[in-house]
Design a protein around this ligand. Structure first.
Ligand code: SAH
Length: 459
């Protein structure tokens, strides 16, 4: 039934014709009907489509494509057979060059709209080969008549078997197939999300691009893994290059993939990665950039923006396993890393030792608590790097950074919206945006990573 709201130019159920002007941060097409914004998923800039309005808010509507009237010149056939069903990628129907243009526009738009900032944004640093880049696969497992391991069908929790994910390192796919076959053959109980019963919830695979090592993590709703020895033996036999098998216990009735406890079933409890001549231990739950190749490009940009001469004191906030800290330690006087997750801090300390680096220290804590505390004790820094999760930085941290009067701030962000919000705060407090460099860490998805240099302009 049509919902009528006489104040709005469109109604629910109505079919409208729209020119798609751009894509939003979720990868949905954006167009206007009589000046009113309409979001249309699965479209490309320069498409003209007819679409049915399915939901209506005060300032925008959402619509589903009925027909493509004029096809955008940027459209291509998606590589993946599951593209329409799987929610993992959003841009496979658009050529890669245009994906980079779109991502740059997403950053420009967020900075303008949310940050009130009209600043130059460099073209996105893309990949020469934008496939098979992910070093980590997190695959849900369920029973649907038979065992399924793959992805959740879009907007549902129905698990669909997946044979090949084109953005994954090819060995991740092979490992998932092997583990899926083993679990099936040994009739290991599989998790039932509805009733919160059964055991195996996810198969997680992490592959090191540099050493080829593979870590297999079985996420379980419970401690006892039936036929544990047989499962371990079979994985060792069938997964070439596996160096560690870990059970992660997650008994929560929530969407979060990993629980807080790991049990080493066999081998090494970590993966060894290397970046720019440094070695890193990555434990099962520690953050490591998922696109190893582009991490080099990202960190090189961070280094360039820090403009280190060898004397500086650098804060690396949200430091994970200390990758940026250790990478920069070779060019700075001293680097102080701050990280919330204990296992990551331990990895960071181990990584400093492993590489014989002594001018770094790592502290466990929330950056928004630890930095103001250290500031009170007179802490100083020449450069502060922040690399927060999607929600961005807490205002208590931003305020402490301003009080520190650091001459340079390098902000690494995976979310243009919170980046724009935080840059707005800092530009109001004596900093100016000097450089904005988006980096494509996640080809074929709508995600974009951005490195920003801010310089202090006011005493
Ligand atoms: N810079 C690192 C990690 C970035 S991911 C790298 O390039 O690999 C963001 C990290 O911030 C995660 O390791 C997460 O555990 C950590 N984190 C989340 N909230 C935090 C907070 N409030 N204070 C400090 N670290 C936090």
């Amino acid at each position: 039934m049509k919902q009528t709201n006489t104040n709005l130019p469109v109604a629910k159920g109505q079919i409208v014709e729209i020119n798609i002007e751009r894509l939003n941060h979720d990868g949905e097409g954006v167009g206007k009907v009589d000046g009113f914004t309409v979001f249309v998923p699965g479209t490309a800039p320069e498409d003209r489509v007819s679409a049915k309005i399915i939901s209506l808010q005060k300032t925008y509507a959402r619509a589903l494509v009925q027909e493509i009237i004029n096809e955008s010149p940027h459209r291509i056939a998606p590589t993946c057979a599951h593209y329409d069903d799987c929610g993992g990628c959003q841009l496979q129907h658009i050529n890669y060059e245009q994906q980079l243009v779109i991502k740059r526009n997403i950053v420009i738009d967020a900075l303008r709209r949310i940050g009130g900032l009209d600043v130059p944004v460099h073209p996105v640093l893309g990949m020469a080969e934008p496939w098979q880049y992910r070093n980590k696969a997190q695959v849900p497992v369920g029973m649907d008549g038979t065992l399924k391991a793959g992805f959740y069908e879009k907007r549902t929790h129905k698990i669909v078997d997946l044979d090949c994910c084109h953005i994954q390192h090819p060995s991740n796919d092979l490992v998932v197939h092997a583990v899926r076959a083993i679990l099936k053959k040994m009739a290991i109980p599989i998790y039932d999300e509805k009733n919160h019963t059964g055991l195996i919830r996810h198969i997680v695979v992490r592959t090191s691009f540099s050493t080829g090592e593979i870590l297999v993590i079985l996420v379980t709703n419970g401690r006892k893994l039936p036929r544990q020895n047989d499962v371990v033996e079979a994985i060792r036999k069938n997964v070439d290059k596996v160096t560690g098998i870990v059970q992660n216990i997650n008994m929560k009735q929530a969407n979060v993939i990993l629980g807080n406890e790991d049990i080493l079933l066999w081998g090494k409890s970590y993966l060894q990665e290397s970046l720019d001549g440094l070695s890193f231990h990555v434990s099962p739950r520690s953050f490591f950039q998922v696109n190893t190749l582009q991490t080099d490009a990202l960190y090189a940009k961070v280094r360039e923006y820090t403009a280190l001469t060898g004397q500086e004191t650098v804060y690396d906030l949200y430091c994970g396993i200390g990758t940026i800290s250790l990478y920069l330690s070779r060019y700075a006087g001293k680097v102080i890393g701050v990280e919330l997750v204990n296992a990551a801090v331990k990895d960071a300390q181990k990584n400093a030792e492993l590489n014989g680096i002594t001018n770094v220290e790592f502290h466990k804590g929330a950056a928004e608590q630890l930095v103001p505390e250290r500031l009170k004790k007179g802490a100083k820094a020449d450069v502060v790097i922040v690399d927060p999760p999607r929600k961005g930085c807490d205002e208590r941290l931003l305020s402490a950074m301003v009080s520190m009067k650091t001459s340079r701030i390098v902000y690494v962000s995976c979310n243009p919206a919170t980046l724009a919000r935080d840059l707005k705060y800092l530009t109001g407090k004596g900093y100016a945006v000097t450089e904005v460099q988006p980096v494509d860490m996640f080809p074929h998805t709508s995600h974009v990573e951005t490195v920003v240099l801010m310089s202090r302009v006011k005493e």
